[in-house]
Design a binder for this molecule. Structure first.
Ligand code: GLN
Ligand code: ZN
Length: 770
C-alpha cells in the first residue's frame, strides 16, 4: 500500500508567491528573484510531503499563475494575437506568459488577456485555452522535465502531474466556427507523447494525468476519446505507471469508460462520491492489474478526516483487490485547501474546541499517512492512539454545544409551505409597489456598493488595529454615506443605496455577525494568479442575535425622501463562498442562513426600508457538475432564497442581483425565485443575456446592466440608450429598470460620478422616447 498526493498549494504558507509576483509585476524585483522564490516554495513543499510520509509526491503542480496556462504554453498553444511578443527580442518568455494571463500594455503593444473561468465547481479560476480549426501543438517548454529534475536533486523521485488530453481540450474554447475541439485529439496526442517520452528518458516511473471531465456528462465521442488516449499511451509506454485521476464527482455513466482504461492506477474521489468503490466492485470490470487510489481525505474542505469511516472504505478495497494495489490519497489536489492549521494561534478566531475538528493541507497529508499505517497495522500502538483521539474529536463534535442549537433546529423543522411564499402573486404585488413607491418608467438604481477608496479601507484597518475609536470610525462612515446619498439625490437616481462603506466583503461582513461562523488568520486559498481568498468556516447552526445592517440602511433612509434599498447577501451565496460544515446536508445549512437573512429583511422593512435587495451572484456557480443532480440543488437553493424574501408584506419590493451568468438552462428556476426585480450583468453581452428572459416571457421586473463596472471607461449616453432600446425590443418597458452591471466598489469616484450622471440622462431619454 502506498500514499500519494495529487497536488499541493503553491502560494506558500505566508503567501510568498503572491507577494513576489506582485513585486515582480510592479517592476520592483527582477525575474531571477521571482524564480528563486518559486524554487524555494517547491523545495519546501516537496520536503514537507516527504516528511509527512507521502510516497508518491507530485511535481509540475507548481505554477507561477495557473496550471492550465502552463500546459497551453508547454504545448505551444499560444493564440495568434501574442505573436507580437513571440517574435520580438524585447519580450521574454515570462512576458509572454504573463501577457496571456493578464494582458499587456507596454512599449507599443496592447494585447488583451485570455479568458478566465471557474475550475469546475471550485472558486479557483483557470485561463481558458483557445483553439483554432488548424491548431497545431508543439512541445515548447521544459517545465515538466525541469521540475522533475529539480526534485531529483533533493533526492525525491516525483510523480509529474498534468491535465490529461481530453480534459485539456474540453477545458478550452473554439475560436473559430465549424469544428469541435475534441477533433483536435489526433493532433494533440503526439505532443503528449513527446512529453511522456522525455519523462521516460529520465526514468520517471509514475505520471498522473488528471481527467476531471470524467465527472461530467460526456458524449459518446468524448468517452471514446478518453479510451483512445489511454490505449495509445499505454501501448507506447508500457513501463510508465500512468494514473488517471478523476475528482469532484462520480464517474456516473462514464464508469465503463473509466474501467476500460488499461492504466496502472485510477484515482477516485471518495469524498464527493463514496459509493464509487461499491459501483466498481459490483461492476466486476476492474482490470486485474489496475490499482485504486482512494481519495478519502477531503481536499476541498477543512474538516478533520473521520478515520473510522475512511478505514472501512480502505478495508473494503483491500478485501477486493489486496493491499498492494491500494493507494491512499486526498480526494483531489490540495490546491483548494488552506495550508497549515498550526499557523492559527489566535484563539479569538479559532477556539481550541473548534480547531480540534479541522485539518488544512499539511495536516491532511499527515492523515493520509496515518490512514495507511492504520490500514497496514504499522506502529500499531502509536497509531491506535491517533485513531482513538480522532474518534473522540468526532464524538464531541456530534454533540458540542458550540455547534448545536436546538432552537435553530426546531425552527427549521417547523417550516411550512407558506414560509417560502410571498402573501400575493407578483401582479398584485407589482400594483401595490407601484402605488407605494411611485417610480417613473425605467427607474434607475445601482447595485449597492460605491467606491471603496483608499481612505475608506484605511478607516476600517485603523479601526481594527485600535487606532480609531468606534465613534470616530462611525463618524467617518456616516460622512461618506451622507455624501453618497446626496450625490445620488443630486444626480436624480430613483432608488438609492447607502454605499456599503462599512463592509469589508459581502460574505465576511455577514459571517462576522452570525453565530456558527469562524474566521481564520491565514486560511488563504488561491483564487487566481496572485489573488487569494480567505473563506469563512461555517461550523455550527447559524443564527442571528441582532440586526446586522439595519443601522446603516436606516441611517441612509433618514437622510432622504427617496426610497433607499436595503442591501443583503443571499443564503446561497454565503454558503457557496464559505467552507461548509460536512456533518449535515448543505441544504440544511443553507436554510438556516436563509432564516437569519429573513429576520434581517423583516427588520429592514420595520425600519422603513421599502426596497430590499438580496444578492445571489453564486446561485449559478453552485450547480452540481452532473446534470442529474441539478434539480435537487435548484429545489433547495431557490427555496432558501424564497424563505429569505418572504417575510415581508406585498408593498415591500424585493430585488435580487446576479453577476454574469448563463441563465439558459435555469431560467424557470430564476423565475421561481419570484424576486420583484432582478438586476443582471448585461453590457458585455450586449443584452444577449436577455434573450432567454424574453423567450421565457419572464414575468417580473428586470434591470439589465447598461455599463461595465470592471472598466474605468465612462459609457456614453447614446450607448446606454441603444442598449435599453435593444432591451425594450425583448422585454415590455413596464418591466425594465436601468442600472450598472454590478457594484461600484472597485471604481474611483470621478468616473463613477460621470457614468451615473450619463446613466440617469439616458433613462430620461428612454422615458421621452416611449
Ligand atoms: N451589493 C454588492 C455590491 O454592490 C453586490 C456585489 C456582487 O454582485 N458581487 O458590491
Ligand atoms: Zn454583481
Amino acid at each position: 500500500m502506498k500514499t500519494t498526493n495529487l497536488g499541493y498549494p503553491r502560494i506558500g504558507s505566508k503567501r510568498e508567491l503572491k507577494k513576489t509576483l506582485e513585486q515582480y509585476w510592479s517592476g520592483k524585483i527582477n525575474v531571477e528573484s521571482l524564480l528563486d522564490t518559486a524554487k524555494s516554495i517547491r523545495k519546501e513543499n516537496w520536503l514537507l510531503q516527504k516528511e509527512q510520509g507521502i510516497d508518491l509526491i507530485p511535481s509540475n503542480d507548481f505554477s507561477l499563475y495557473d496550471q492550465v496556462l502552463d500546459l497551453s504554453v508547454t504545448l505551444g498553444c499560444i493564440p495568434e494575437r501574442y505573436s507580437a511578443l513571440t517574435n520580438n527580442p524585447a519580450f521574454s518568455s515570462h512576458d509572454l506568459y504573463f501577457a496571456m494571463a493578464r494582458g499587456i500594455q507596454k512599449e507599443g503593444v496592447d494585447i488583451t488577456a485570455m479568458e478566465m473561468t471557474k475550475w469546475f465547481d471550485t472558486n479557483y479560476h483557470y485561463i481558458v485555452p483557445e483553439f483554432t480549426k488548424n491548431q497545431t501543438f508543439n512541445v515548447s517548454s521544459d517545465k515538466i522535465v525541469n521540475e522533475y529534475k529539480e526534485a531529483l536533486e533533493l533526492g525525491i523521485k516525483t510523480k509529474p502531474v498534468l491535465i490529461g488530453p481530453v480534459s485539456f481540450l474540453l477545458l478550452g474554447k473554439e475560436k473559430e466556427e465549424d469544428f469541435h475541439r475534441i477533433d483536435l485529439l489526433e493532433r494533440l496526442l503526439p505532443a503528449y507523447e513527446e512529453i511522456l517520452q522525455q519523462l521516460s528518458d529520465i526514468d520517471a516511473e509514475h505520471v498522473q494525468l488528471d481527467e476531471p471531465y470524467l465527472a461530467l456528462n460526456l458524449t459518446e465521442k468524448e468517452q471514446r476519446a478518453v479510451h483512445q488516449t489511454y490505449a495509445y499511451f499505454t501501448t507506447k509506454f508500457p513501463n510508465l505507471k500512468i494514473t488517471v485521476a478523476n475528482y469532484f464527482d462520480c464517474f456516473g455513466d462514464n464508469i465503463e469508460t473509466a474501467l476500460s482504461l488499461p492504466v496502472h492506477t485510477l484515482h477516485l474521489d471518495l469524498v464527493r462520491c463514496s459509493s464509487q468503490l461499491d459501483d466498481i466492485i459490483e461492476s466486476g470490470k476492474l482490470n486485474s492489474y489496475t490499482h485504486l487510489s482512494l481519495g478519502v481525505v477531503d481536499g476541498r474542505n477543512i474538516w478533520k478526516n473521520d478515520y473510522e469511516k475512511s478505514l472501512k472504505l480502505i478495508q473494503k478495497a483491500i478485501d477486493f483487490i489486496g493491499a498492494e494495489r491500494i493507494l491512499i490519497a486526498p480526494s483531489c489536489s490540495l490546491l483548494h485547501s488552506p495550508i497549515d492549521l498550526n499557523l492559527e494561534t489566535n484563539k479569538e478566531n479559532l477556539s481550541s474546541e473548534l480547531k480540534q475538528w479541522l485539518a488544512f493541507a499539511k495536516q491532511k497529508l499527515g492523515e493520509v499517512a496515518t490512514l495507511k499505517k492504520l490500514a497496514n497495522k504499522e506502529n500499531l500502538s502509536e497509531n491506535l492512539e491517533k485513531l482513538k483521539k480522532n474518534s473522540e474529536a468526532h464524538a464531541n463534535r456530534a454533540t458540542s454545544a458550540l455547534i448545536h442549537n436546538q432552537q435553530v433546529k426546531q425552527r427549521l423543522g417547523a417550516l411550512s409551505a407558506k414560509d417560502d411564499q410571498r402573501e400575493s402573486t407578483f401582479p398584485t404585488r407589482q400594483k401595490l409597489q407601484k402605488e407605494a413607491l411611485d417610480l417613473p418608467l425605467f427607474p434607475t438604481t445601482t447595485i449597492g456598493s460605491f467606491p471603496q477608496t483608499k481612505d475608506v479601507r484605511s478607516w476600517r484597518a485603523n479601526f481594527k488595529k485600535g487606532n480609531l475609536s468606534i465613534d470616530e470610525y462611525n463618524a467617518l462612515l456616516e460622512k461618506e454615506t451622507k455624501e453618497t446619498i446626496e450625490f445620488q439625490e443630486r444626480t436624480g437616481l430613483d432608488v438609492l443605496v447607502h454605499g456599503e462603506f462599512e463592509r469589508n466583503d459581502m460574505v465576511e461582513y455577514f459571517g462576522e455577525q452570525l453565530n456558527g461562523f469562524a474566521f481564520t488568520s491565514f486560511g488563504w486559498v488561491q483564487s487566481y494568479g496572485s489573488r487569494c481568498v480567505k473563506p469563512p468556516i461555517i461550523f455550527g447552526d447559524v443564527s442571528r442575535d441582532t440586526p446586522m445592517t439595519v443601522k446603516w440602511s436606516a441611517f441612509a433612509q433618514s437622510l432622504t425622501e427617496k426610497p433607499v434599498k436595503g442591501m443583503l447577501t443571499g443564503p446561497v451565496t454565503i454558503l457557496q463562498w464559505s467552507f461548509v460544515r460536512n456533518d449535515q446536508p448543505r441544504s440544511e445549512t443553507c436554510t438556516q442562513i436563509a432564516l437569519a437573512i429573513r429576520d434581517e429583511v423583516v427588520n429592514l422593512e420595520a425600519a422603513g426600508l421599502q426596497v430590499i435587495q438580496i444578492d445571489e451572484p453564486a446561485i449559478r456557480e453552485g450547480l452540481p457538475l452532473r446534470k442529474e443532480e441539478w434539480d435537487t440543488y435548484l429545489n433547495w437553493a431557490i427555496r432558501a432564497f424564497r424563505i429569505s424574501a418572504s417575510g415581508v408584506k406585498d408593498e415591500t419590493q424585493i430585488h435580487t442581483h446576479m453577476c454574469y451568468s448563463e441563465f439558459n438552462d435555469i431560467i424557470s428556476n430564476i423565475a421561481d425565485m419570484d424576486a420583484d426585480v432582478i438586476t443582471i450583468e448585461c453590457s458585455r453581452s450586449q443584452m444577449e443575456l436577455l434573450d432567454v428572459f424574453a423567450t421565457f416571457k419572464y414575468p417580473n421586473e428586470i434591470g439589465p446592466g447598461v455599463y461595465d463596472i470592471h472598466s474605468p471607461r465612462v459609457p456614453e449616453r447614446a450607448e446606454m440608450v441603444a442598449l435599453m432600446e435593444k432591451a425594450a425590443k425583448q422585454i415590455p418597458v413596464e418591466q425594465l429598470w436601468i442600472n450598472p452591471d454590478c457594484g461600484l466598489k472597485t471604481r474611483h469616484w470621478p468616473e463613477t460620478r460621470e457614468a451615473l450622471i450619463e446613466m440617469v440622462a439616458a433613462a430620461r431619454e428612454c422615458r421621452e422616447k416611449s
